[in-house]
Design a protein around this ligand. Structure first.
Ligand code: FES
Length: 152
């Protein structure tokens, strides 16, 4: 019976001298420096913000009027829209069920989520389908052909 348990344990967790154990040892070694101190994991850092809190998002010329694109600033997923030369930024996470709203379609100021078709006004985040739901909107400014977004 003990032999069977050892076999099952070996299959599930690997042998102490097996391949998976060597991977675990190598991974553990990579997490600490020579003194054995655990190293801090690298964390993505948002692009440095200007003193006014705005982050560089993209070049205005890369987003034509009527287009929407997904961008990431640090760990923040955003949808950027160009409505007739005026840029708008919102969360890229649809408040309905988390759809990637930046993959949706833009008609005038209405950004429609590709998952279930809820439409949001990119100026204020209001939802045409459900008045109780709002898409988070971020301040945007255009300086010298570059779109900046303030993460709040
Ligand atoms: S997830 Fe966007 S409409 Fe459902």
């Amino acid at each position: 019976m003990d032999e069977l348990k050892a076999v099952v344990k070996g299959v599930l967790f690997g042998r102490p001298d097996g391949f998976r154990a060597s991977l675990r040892r190598r991974w553990a070694a990579s997490q600490s420096d020579a003194a054995g101190e655990v190293k801090a994991r690298p964390v993505p850092v948002p692009a440095p913000a200007a003193p006014d809190g705005f982050h560089r998002a993209l070049s205005a010329s890369s987003l034509a009027p009527g287009e929407v694109v997904e961008v990431m600033i640090g760990e923040q997923h955003l949808a950027l829209c160009n409505v007739g030369g005026v840029f708008h930024a919102s969360s890229n996470v649809c408040p309905h069920a988390g759809g990637p709203i930046g993959e949706g379609t833009l008609v005038d100021h209405a950004l429609t989520c590709p998952y279930h078709g809820w439409a949001f006004d990119v100026r204020d985040g209001s939802c045409a389908v459900n008045a109780e739901v709002k898409l988070p909107i971020y301040p945007v400014k255009l300086v010298d052909g570059v779109v900046y977004v303030k993460l709040v």
